[in-house]
Design a protein around this ligand. Structure first.
Ligand code: GYE
Length: 328
């Protein structure tokens, strides 16, 4: 399947836009919560699988209040069918705009067409979908996941430049079929292909959770006597891997190196402590920019078809320096 949006129309930095205005101080709460405001947004969140996700949810709820957006927030607990049901209910309620972070990339055509036929604009937040249907969403706000994977791979190539062959890598993948898992795998593979000495000897999903990362890493440690590097597709799985490596009597960051993606506070702490070796950031603070795009879409203004967030990378020294001011 071909991804519908290929044009990069604008680059914007999420999380830096200051939201203004003061909405009612009610809690958006879990499923069905409502803040009362100028426009109504139905938002379907993936779940609460990671530190990144929690920071993302807080950002969206806070930004809705600040922007006077009446937010109907629904948590899908990692299930696509829950997201489809939530979106259907937003259509029935006649919200002004629907936003969602799709748990996986495929299987959205029917519900996206229902929203389109009801005249309700949709904004993809954080993750993309695969669809052949035209005009079923207005914009996609989120990071460049291929680039994130490439950054992790480029660091690995440099880090092991002088090491003897082979360099054995194990990969902890995110949720199977999700946009970030697919694209981070692609980007990482592309980058390490520049040095044939680096090989991914095992790759399995840890579902973006700490317990998943720990379990998979325990199995990898049993099956593979020589592991040089863990590439974890998010911080939580890398933190789970740290637990598994320590339980096996080895030193994470030294005996087995770790590169991960997200750069949340817990990840940054592990990097500053020398348990991780490198982090690629994925900014979860999408709320202010999402509210801004939603207001424009509802007002009939044109918005870029793709809004890419800006991310950076951190080594151990940079992590120690930035930690005191890291908010998420
Ligand atoms: O990296 C991971 C989360 O979609 C970018 O989902 C997001 C990813 C993030 O569970 O921690």
């Amino acid at each position: 399947m071909k991804r519908m949006l290929t044009t990069l129309l604008s680059v914007a930095s999420a999380g830096v836009l200051a939201a203004c205005g003061s909405g009612p101080a009610q809690d958006a709460g879990p499923a069905g919560g409502s803040t009362g405001g100028a426009i109504t947004m139905g938002f379907s969140q993936v779940g609460a699988e990671s530190g990144w996700r929690t920071a993302n949810t807080v950002s969206i709820q806070d930004a809705a209040k600040a922007a006077d957006v009446d937010l109907k927030f629904s948590d899908a607990n990692g299930e696509q069918e829950n997201q489809i049901a939530a979106i259907r209910s937003f259509v029935q309620q006649g919200v002004d705009v629907i936003a969602f972070s799709p748990v996986v990339r495929t299987g959205w055509d029917a519900v996206l067409l229902e929203a389109k036929n009801a005249g309700i604009p949709v904004i993809l937040t954080d993750r993309a979908v695969d669809t052949e249907e035209p005009d079923v969403y207005k914009t996609f706000l989120g990071a460049d996941f291929v680039r994130e994977g490439q950054w992790a791979g480029e660091w690995a190539v440099k880090e092991f430049a002088a090491a003897p062959a082979p360099v054995n890598i194990v990969q902890l993948e995110g949720t199977t079929g999700s946009d970030p898992a697919l694209e981070r795998t692609t980007g990482f593979a592309e980058a390490i292909a520049t040095d044939p000495k680096l090989t991914v000897i095992a790759s399995q999903t840890g579902d973006f959770t700490r317990s998943g990362g720990k379990q998979v890493m325990e199995a990898f440690l049993k099956a593979h006597p020589k592991i040089d590097l863990v590439f974890a597709q998010n911080d939580d799985m890398a933190l789970g891997a740290v637990e598994a490596i320590e339980a096996a009597g080895k030193k994470p960051g030294q005996d087995i190196k770790i590169v991960a993606i997200d750069a949340t506070r817990d990840g940054m702490q592990a990097l500053a402590d020398g348990k991780f070796n490198y982090l690629v950031e994925c900014n979860p603070l999408l709320g202010p920019e999402l509210m801004d795009l939603a207001k424009k879409v509802v007002a009939g203004e044109s918005v870029p078809a793709r809004v890419v967030t800006e991310d950076q990378t951190f080594d151990q020294q940079q992590a120690a320096a930035i930690l005191p001011e890291r908010k998420y």
